[in-house]
Structures are given as structure tokens and as C-alpha cells.
Design a protein around this ligand. Structure first.
Ligand code: PMP
Length: 373
């Protein structure tokens, strides 16, 4: 019998891990400042949006009373050609976050002996990692980044145990910005047991201009335990539609097909992604204009004497330590919403030209710039 008393508190018991996980903090929208246009620089979104053909395609899609193709066949076929990989090796998800969850539920959780599997990743990195790993039932092994915001691959290799099932490599690393390089990644893969799944999260790969940056697809071709994660959220400007994917060999992909959320990618999202790929030349032009802006911002900061890590995504990292929240508050007063991470630093997304200029103006007046230690 159900209780009829609407004021009674529900007596429910979540899994014990649920109480221990950090909440995902989405980037805040900017507050309204009288007389100033506000800008959101807190979620690494693409301020230019999708290419016009995508907007037209999304507006004209009619069949939304039908469920989507659960296998995203059209998108996987288009991606297969685009990446020159077998379409069977691609599994789509609701964003690359969805693809990551599918991966973790296939490969890392609670072991038969009741103890959690281990998932190693650098920290600080993408803030969803601890949540996804914890929800999968596995244990996070977080290895501190080096002072310059890069992965400490030697330290990561040294933490591998017989419980390690998955290692996440984020390149460029969100929120610090540097990439991993081919040679160091190959050395790392060679030093890790072949039954550990190595995930290369390349959410921002289109923005990378560093020479010899690792190419996840090349690693997938060479090493059977590598999975690549990519997304339409950043370069393609489709964050709101939620579409991403993983690429891996059939030996891994067959398990991902089991754990994939049914109908995770909507027909709208799939269609938009296909049209965006068809217009990739325009996507590249937009990405280049954001890379140009990123380079203007990093050059501007360095000219001011700011010591910042190499920025290869669509964001910059300010190592402001205990001044982080104070800086974010100052930015907010100027109509700029940026993302402070505790007392570690502030991540500022590359936005519209006016937003980037205003950010640089704030930095020019700010007196507690991060210096080389
Ligand atoms: N990986 C990284 C490194 C990210 O920064 C993000 C988004 N902030 C994602 C994955 C997830 O992106 P999406 O789910 O939108 O593809």
C-alpha cells in the first residue's frame, strides 16, 4: 500500500557511492551587468555555433515521432569514411560523456571479489571523470599533473596494479590545455599491460596545432587496447544536441554495443552530425578563427607576463591558486562568466572577439598574475 500522506519524507536508500560523489558543476551563465553585453566563457562551448546547413537541417527534420536508429548507422557510415576506419568500430553516445559511460560500464566496476576495479587518470582533468568512474562502481586513482599542467605519464604507469582496468588520457587536457605527444604516449602504452583499456579523450582535437601531438586514431590503428573518444560538442558547435562516439577494435567494440544506452543519440543529433561532416570545410574555418583568437589571448597574456600552460583547446588556464574565486568574481562584474576550480585555478573559454578582448583588459589591470615559480 502506498502512503497517502503528501508530507511524509521518502525512505529510500541510494547506493553508498552516490553520497560520496562530487556534483557536476556546469559552467554558470553570466550575470546581467547594466549596460554591458554578457558572455559565457565557462563551459568550453563554441560561441560560433554550428554551420548554417546544420541549422537548416535541424529545422526541417520531421520524423521525430519515430525512435532514432539505435545504431546511428548513417552517422557511423559517414564517420567511417571521414576517419577512414570501419564503421563497425564506431559506437555513438549522448556526447562523448555518454560514450565514456558506455565504456566504463563495459570495462570497470565492482569486481567479482566485491572490490572495485581501478581507473587511473590525471588530476586535475575533466571533472566528470570521478563521477563517471564512481557511478560505474570502480575506484578513481588520480595522479597529479605536473606543474606545467601536463600528464605525469611515468607516475601514472607506476600506479598500475593488477586491479587497473582502464586508464583515461585527456589530450588536450581540460582544464589545463597541454596535449600529449605521440612518442610519450607510445612509450606509455608499451609500459602498461595489454589487457588495460587505454582511453584517449580527444574532445578538443580539432583545436590542436602542436607538432607531434598524439593522434588517437593512429594509436587505435596500432594498439588493440586503445579507445578514442571524440565529440561533436566543441568544434562542430553541437553541445546542446549531445552526440559523441568512441572508436576501438572489434574485440572491444563488441562489449560497448552491449552497454550502449539504447537510442542515446536522437535522430536530430545524428542528422545534424552527418550534415556537419558534409560541411567540414566550414567547420575547419570556424575552428581556425577560434584558434586565432586563442593565440591572440595567449600572446596577450604572455605579453603581460602571465605564466600560462600551453593552450591547445578552446580555453586557457590561469594558475591563480587561492586567488581563483576572487578573479572569477571580478570577471563576473564585467559580464564574463569564467570557471574557477576551488583554489587551483581558473579556466576561461575562448569566446566572441569582444569577450576575449574584455578578458584581456581585465588581466591587464589584475595585479596577482600567475608567475613562473
Ligand atoms: N571530454 C572532455 C575532456 C571534455 O572537456 C568534455 C566536455 N566538457 C567532454 C569529454 C564531454 O563532452 P560531450 O559529452 O559534450 O561530448
Amino acid at each position: 500500500m502506498t502512503t497517502e500522506n503528501p508530507t511524509a519524507a521518502a525512505v529510500v536508500h541510494p547506493r553508498s557511492v552516490v553520497g560520496t560523489l562530487p556534483r557536476y558543476t556546469a559552467g554558470k551563465p553570466p550575470i546581467v551587468v547594466e549596460g554591458l553585453q554578457s558572455f559565457k566563457l565557462s563551459s568550453n562551448e563554441n560561441p560560433l555555433g554550428p554551420v548554417p546547413a546544420v541549422l537548416d537541417a535541424v529545422r526541417s527534420l520531421a520524423d521525430i515521432n519515430r525512435y532514432p536508429d539505435s545504431l546511428s548507422t548513417k552517422l557511423r557510415t559517414a564517420l567511417g569514411k571521414f576517419l577512414d576506419v570501419a564503421a563497425e568500430d564506431i559506437v555513438t553516445g549522448a556526447g562523448s560523456l555518454g560514450a565514456l559511460n558506455q565504456l566504463l560500464s563495459a570495462f570497470a566496476g565492482q569486481n567479482e571479489d566485491g572490490r572495485p576495479d581501478e581507473v587511473i587518470y590525471a588530476w586535475r582533468s575533466f571533472e566528470a571523470y570521478p563521477i563517471c568512474v564512481g557511478l560505474a562502481g570502480a575506484q578513481s586513482i588520480m595522479v597529479p599533473l605536473k606543474a606545467d599542467g601536463t600528464h605525469d605519464l611515468d607516475a601514472m604507469a607506476a600506479t598500475v596494479t593488477d586491479r587497473t582496468r582502464v586508464i583515461l588520457l585527456c589530450t588536450p587536457n581540460n582544464p589545463t590545455g597541454p596535449v600529449l605527444f605521440t612518442e610519450e604516449v607510445e612509450r606509455f602504452i608499451g609500459s602498461v599491460p595489454a589487457d588495460v583499456v587505454i582511453v584517449i579523450d580527444e574532445a578538443y582535437m580539432e583545436f590542436v596545432r602542436a607538432e607531434d601531438a598524439v593522434d588517437g586514431i593512429a594509436m587505435y590503428r596500432k594498439y588493440p587496447n586503445v579507445v578514442v573518444l571524440r565529440t561533436f560538442s566543441k568544434a562542430h558547435g553541437l553541445a546542446g544536441l549531445r552526440v559523441g562516439y568512441s572508436v576501438s577494435r572489434p574485440e572491444l567494440t563488441r562489449y560497448l554495443r552491449v552497454t550502449a544506452t539504447p537510442f542515446a543519440v536522437s535522430s536530430l543529433a545524428e542528422h545534424a552530425a552527418v550534415v556537419s561532416l558534409q560541411n567540414y570545410g566550414q567547420v575547419v574555418e570556424r575552428v581556425q578563427s577560434l584558434v586565432d583568437e586563442r593565440n591572440r589571448v595567449t600572446a596577450g597574456l604572455r605579453a603581460l607576463g602571465w605564466d600560462i600552460p600551453d593552450a591547445q583547446g578552446n580555453f586557457v588556464w590561469l594558475n591563480l591558486g587561492e586567488n581563483s574565486t576572487g578573479f572569477a568574481a571580478l570577471a563576473e562584474q564585467r559580464g564574463l562568466s569564467v570557471r574557477a576550480f576551488g583554489d587551483e585555478g581558473v579556466r576561461v573559454s575562448i569566446g566572441e572577439t569582444e569577450a576575449n578582448t574584455r578578458f584581456l583588459e581585465l588581466c591587464a589591470e589584475y595585479t596577482k598574475a600567475p608567475q613562473r615559480s
